[in-house]
Ligand binder design. Structure first.
Ligand code: 5AD
Ligand code: SF4
Length: 425
């Protein structure tokens, strides 16, 4: 989401006549987009804001703004602590950035634009980082209030975009050569709530599946408590919807899930995974996990490790619990020592590597499908793409070009990459 927001910020600045600077030293305007989901992200942002002071000292005309979740949460404090900042802008006010920059150019005074519940004005332009595939917002905000999570406080209430606005944006992307869209929302499964039209996320997928030129549809993130049979059916039956779902489990222990206020048990989660695996051949399930949540005993952690072996995630993002001020869990004793959090994190990473390697090896020799994205970073003769299961593929492009969908037969596998040859589709 932050990547898409940054693309919107760059788009708004382009409309104002600005281009991307070669370096920070070279820039007239610097806007820092921040995250506050864990303490490390927040510390990094604070360090970076502090480090920008020397650029401001060297060039008084430089405009520096802070955007994103940290600005939303602590904007006024940031302005007081860092006098070299010109403005802070909240997560629902990206469209205000050009105005703030123009104002900062003419007058030196600190400004804050931080309304937490403002109606979002959709960006009129994005300066996108990628061609071929693009992120598209379908909804924003979250009202789940998982006990550890700051997002509902900094991203505001759930707000869905009308489906015609989304399909119009995707049609334009298709005309511009994009072949894959990843539909974004904190909880895409609650799409449609509060809209005048009667539509749910499965209905939206159906509409997008009909757009010419788009070859692939992905979406993120799905909350387990809201995955409906209609959605599973849509993933199974719509040809462009890829066989991959990101679906955070967070913990394998019911005791911890309850403390997290997740609204499901491990067996509820398993039931959905079972349905997905049955309905969609080769579906890849990826997940988010938090280790070291308050009260997580060795026995609780073992349940999470067991879940890895039972479910065999294709990929997982594992985080050490980090207390966030203002959340419910911040009132609990952060009683799992850092050393234990690190050990648990490492153990799950190792387990995931073994599982990913095993699963990727199963694909060797089978015909898959890739969307060709770009030349590889190390070897320019090799191109990268993704399989429908979202695994990175490496191959020689031959007669194919960027944006083509081609058959792909892997000949070797690592935990993260399949290497092989392209074949006709
Ligand atoms: N500490 C650690 N991880 C967190 N996440 C959200 N809040 C926290 C926190 N306070 C993780 C969750 C979520 C992912 C985006 O970040 O796993 O799914
Ligand atoms: Fe945070 Fe839970 Fe909302 Fe995800 S569903 S953004 S973890 S509160």
């Amino acid at each position: 989401m932050n990547e898409l927001d940054s693309e919107a910020m760059a788009g708004a600045m382009s409309e104002l006549g600005y281009d991307t600077a070669a370096s920070e030293e070279d820039a007239d305007v610097i806007i820092l987009n921040t995250c506050t989901v864990r303490d490390l992200a927040e510390k990094k942002a604070l360090g970076k804001i502090g480090a920008l002071k020397k650029l401001k000292d060297a060039n008084r005309k430089l405009v520096i703004g802070v955007a994103g979740c940290l600005a939303q949460q602590r904007g006024e404090q940031l302005l007081k602590r860092f006098r070299h900042l010109d403005f802070v802008v909240g997560t629902r006010e990206i469209d205000k950035i050009p105005e703030l920059v123009a104002e900062a150019m003419t007058r030196r005074r600190q400004m804050a634009s931080l309304c937490p519940r403002r109606k979002i004005v959709e960006p009129t332009a994005y300066k996108r980082l990628h061609d071929v595939k693009a992120f598209v917002y379908v909804m924003r905000g979250c009202e789940n209030f998982c006990s550890y999570c700051i997002v509902p406080y900094v991203r505001g209430p759930e707000t869905s975009r009308p489906s015609s606005e989304i399909t119009d944006e995707i049609k334009k992307l298709a005309d511009g050569g994009y072949r894959e869209v990843c539909l974004l929302g904190q909880n895409v499964n609650s799409y449609g709530k509060g809209l005048r039209e009667k539509i749910d996320f499965a209905g939206l997928l159906d509409k997008i599946n009909k757009i010419n030129g788009i070859e692939r549809i992905r979406f993120m993130t799905s909350h387990p408590k809201d995955i409906s049979d209609r959605l599973i059916k849509a993933v199974a039956s719509l040809d462009k919807v890829c066989e991959s779902i990101h679906f955070p489990l967070q913990s394998g222990s019911d005791k911890i899930l309850k403390l997290m206020n997740r609204g499901y048990t491990y067996s509820d989660y398993m039931e959905i995974v079972g349905k997905l695996k049955k309905a969609v051949k080769d579906i890849a399930v990826s997940t988010d996990i938090i280790v070291g949540f308050p009260g997580e005993s060795e026995e609780d952690f073992r349940k999470t490790a067991k879940a890895f072996n039972e479910i065999e995630f294709s990929n997982s993002f594992i985080f050490k619990y980090s207390p966030r001020g203002g959340t419910k869990a911040a009132g609990l004793d952060d009683d799992v020592p850092l050393k234990t959090k690190l050990e648990r994190n490492r153990e799950l990473l190792t387990l995931q590597e073994e599982i990913s390697l095993r699963k990727n090896k199963e694909f060797v020799g089978k015909k898959l499908e890739v969307l060709i994205e770009s030349p590889g970073k190390k070897d320019k003769n090799l191109f990268t793409g993704r399989t429908r299961q979202n695994i990175i593929a490496l191959f020689k492009p031959g007669d194919f070009k960027k944006g083509d969908v081609a058959g792909f037969i892997p000949s070797s596998a690592t935990p993260a990459v399949l290497s092989g040859k392209l074949a006709d589709k």
